[in-house]
Write a protein that binds this ligand. Sequence first.
Ligand code: SF4
Length: 457
Amino acid sequence: MTIQPRRITLDEWDIRYIELLGQGMVEPSYGGPLRRHVVDGGDTRLLKLRYDDSAAALRLWNFLLTEDDRLREARERGKLLIGTMKDLGTVPVMAYSGPNVVAFYPDGAWWIPCMMEMSAGLLSIASSLGLDETFCPVRAMIGAFVTQAHFPIPDLLTCSVGATCDDFSAIAQRLEGLGYPILWWEIPSRRKPDAGEEAITLPGGFTAPASQVAFVRSELERVRTAIADLSGSPLDDGALKEGIHAANRIRRILRELRTLAFTAPICPIPALEMLIAEMLAIHFCSDRDEAAAVLGQLLDVVRTRVEAGVGVLPAEAVRVFWVNPVADLRVMNLLEDCGGRVCGTEYLFSHALDDIPEDLPPMEALARMALADPMVGSAADRARRVVNDARGFGAEAVLISRIPGASHCAYEGAVIGEAIKSELGLPVVEIEVPPIADALMPTLTTRIEALMEIRRN
Ligand code: SF4
């Protein structure tokens, strides 16, 4: 018999942890009670979140919250560390194809101000360097480089440039100015092919001129050469093909997980754990094989719950499609507290969820995937994908969470919202979520509850 799963607090996790150990739970080397991340790591936001109560969710959280330890171990073992900035899903696939290479996203520092409830001072450091609150919270990354308290300084830093938001360009340029050399690789703004121009359909369905794909491929070749030179091992097509195959394996697990989680009659897993699961697919949390195992265990739990017809929320929860990641993770809980459930997401990297073509030369396949990034094309393109996905998952409402200071959000939310209303006739609400949204909780609650009400009526 499947036991009714629950969303629980950290206090409840203390008890649940002992219970699971008593039931014979076997943990990986990075396992342990969640509370240690508050006590030893200062991740005090964990005290305010609610979690899935499964051993799979515990493993997911522990895997996420021990990435810095893994990076330090990798450094000690002599692995090449690559900080891959901004591309969300392309360069890590290349990097993990090489032996002895570990890649991570310094951009992930985005969530440190939330997790540590501002105690790390990263945003203040960014402000002192001229990157104030008019920039998006990714400016925390520069504070993490300055303090060197969160991740080891990579041996190689890459950053995509060209069709990149102003925020990231400015922050990465400032970082280079501070003495951290960056290998810039350019990705052009994806455009529609002209009449008669050779066109290529990209993973996910967008199209681009063949000349743009060829250009991105040549740019990625420079990245390939740099990784090979620094790691001392050639990154040949055979290795890249294997790397793409391994990345696709993870993407397929995630796809099944998303489909089950978003379409099951009763929500089988909370939105917060699903957000973390999606993030693993773009960077593997510094251990690609373990990422696959962590997601596989989560998928097993979700399958079991769906088959048993049990879940973590009431069956009548309103099915909400969520656009953009939130700087404060607590807001993912808030949606569920207000009577909603997440049924579909677009967290700025939908291209990293699609299969990378395996029937093409690997660099061609990677170039096509990079150009399929929703953030390098028009807002209308992105809106089209959101509409299609929201329709596919049967969403009943759409929530667009704006990112404070983010240069891409000013009009994009309106474009996406209009497309949703005109093509699907669904209610849409926009909210803005800073890294710590406690002071805004009454306002956010009112707006989200209004969305639920509109849908129910
Ligand atoms: S502005 Fe948007 S795309 Fe740019 S770094 Fe911030 S969240 Fe990412």
